[in-house]
Ligand binder design. Sequence first.
Ligand SMILES: C[S@@+](CC[C@H](N)C(=O)[O-])C[C@H]1O[C@@H](n2cnc3c(N)ncnc32)[C@H](O)[C@@H]1O
Length: 184
Amino acid sequence: MSASPDQERWNRRHSLQAPSFRVSPLVSQLRAINPPDGPVLEIACGTSGSALEFAREGRRVVAVDVSDVALNHLAAEAARLGVTDFIEFVEADAAAHSFTPRHFAIVLATFFWDAAAFEHACNAVAPDGALGWQALASPVAGSRWRVPHGHLSAALPGDFGAVSEFEGGAGPHAWTCLLARRFG
Ligand SMILES: C[S@@+](CC[C@H](N)C(=O)[O-])C[C@H]1O[C@@H](n2cnc3c(N)ncnc32)[C@H](O)[C@@H]1O
């Protein structure tokens, strides 16, 4: 993939920041709604520990990010944890990349927003599968990287139902989060 301005920007950030490998609370929230067995797709995974956590429970995971620096950090941690065989690392712009349709038992993204990527993510959820999406919140529509609370459920295709939608954080760190299910 040739470097896009987005990739260069995120590579710089991931080179400067120590990877956290923090498991998002969304992982346990997704587990709590009993998704079916099957593979997981994490979009804009960065160096989150969520992909690693699902791999540790034996699920196949596709971890996608535009930043090869982030993916290299994640791959090194996966090797350290002995879960490399469970994770496929995909360097891609999630806004321009379509994923295997109706294939993933769980699709998630945390602290990321892109309308086209959200549409691709929904298409990738298997029947009866679960979608978890958390994004920084904006008080108004039209922000490039943020969405107003309530927007995520409104953007769901018709064959999905929202399980819950909640918000948290404050000020510039305010976020909105959706758990949803594709009808079987
Ligand atoms: C704020 S970080 C969140 C990372 C991770 N999800 C977490 O919660 O720790 C946003 C991530 O989105 C990735 N990203 C930005 N634009 C992207 C795109 N168009 N396609 C795929 N990944 C992208 C960045 O490289 C970065 O890892």
